[in-house]
Design a protein around this ligand. Structure first.
Ligand SMILES: [Zn+2]
Length: 282
């Protein structure tokens, strides 16, 4: 997802360790940066995801993982597992797929590490109105893992010399930049518009195999636009650096027509169930 808030800033050390353990030849790195290849294997996606997951859990100040309300995690897990049953999911046996809640109401965000460690902020859950919209966002995050967008970008960005400099510790600024940007949707590691669009496409594909309205990510976009109009203030400022491109909205609208999506109703949006759930949020 294009994030609205940047609260990332993982430890630099971990990436150095990871990159050091990354047995790549200079030649393959060189090619990857030109060909847009992913130099990571699926197993390395999981290994990196595990390291990031550990890092997140070790930083409760920045990532206060919700422990006090286990039903919230269970609710999100249930939605996630419905989506993971889709015929279009290819890595359910390879990626561990875990769902965690970050207790931070001021952050309207969700992110996914490589290998399928998905984090949903309580701020996002408060922000949304329907279970289907949450499912749409979760589907979008799952798509980032399935399509391996993060490790593709990491592979593509590092030319030979830069990667060597990072590995040798000569470019700590660059490593810091990766750490800060991985989940933030900013800078050179930002999800490209192409990746965002692809994640939206796959979210819709996955949801077509569920009980949810397939184009439900649209309701997340609608909320952003609504909020933007209502209080131009804070949200406007955040959106000015992370704009919601109109083409994402149009893409969902066009897909809904082309794929003959059903009408969105209570039966596929689960508004009542979601409103009841929201009352139980911390
Ligand atoms: Zn995204």
């Amino acid at each position: 997802m294009k994030t609205l808030f940047n609260r990332s800033g993982l430890h630099v050390q971990m990436f150095v360790v990871f990159l050091l353990s990354f047995s790549l030849t200079a030649a393959s790195i060189h090619c990857a940066s030109f060909l847009g290849l992913n130099l990571f294997t699926d197993e390395e996606d999981v290994a990196l995801g595990l390291q990031l997951d550990e890092e997140i859990r070790a930083n409760p100040d920045q990532y206060p993982v919700l422990r006090s309300h286990p039903h919230v995690q269970a609710y999100v897990e249930e939605i996630g597992h419905r989506i993971l049953q889709s015929q279009h999911i290819q890595k359910r046996d390879i990626y561990p797929y875990q769902f965690e809640i970050i207790h931070d109401d001021s952050t309207i965000n969700a992110f996914c590490t490589p290998g399928g460690f998905i984090y949903i902020y309580t701020g996002l859950m408060h922000f949304l109105d329907t279970e289907a919209a949450l499912a749409g966002v979760i589907g979008h995050e799952i798509a980032h893992a399935e399509r391996r967008h993060s490790t593709k970008r990491i592979s593509g960005y590092f030319g030979t010399q830069l990667l060597l400099a990072v590995v040798l510790g000569q470019e700590p600024g660059i490593v810091k930049e990766i750490a800060g940007n991985l989940f933030a949707g900013l800078g050179f590691l930002a999800n490209s518009r192409k990746d965002e669009r692809e994640a939206d496409t796959f979210s819709m594909r996955y949801l077509q195999d569920t009980e949810y309205y397939p184009g439900a990510i649209r309701f997340f976009f609608d909320k952003i636009l609504e909020e933007q109009n209502r209080h131009g203030g804070t949200l406007e400022r955040l959106l000015s650096t992370h704009p919601l491109p109109q083409d994402r909205v149009e893409h969902v609208e066009k897909t809904a027509i082309a794929q003959n999506f059903p009408e969105p109703t209570e039966e596929n949006l689960f508004i009542k169930r979601y409103q009841e759930f929201k009352k139980t949020l911390p």
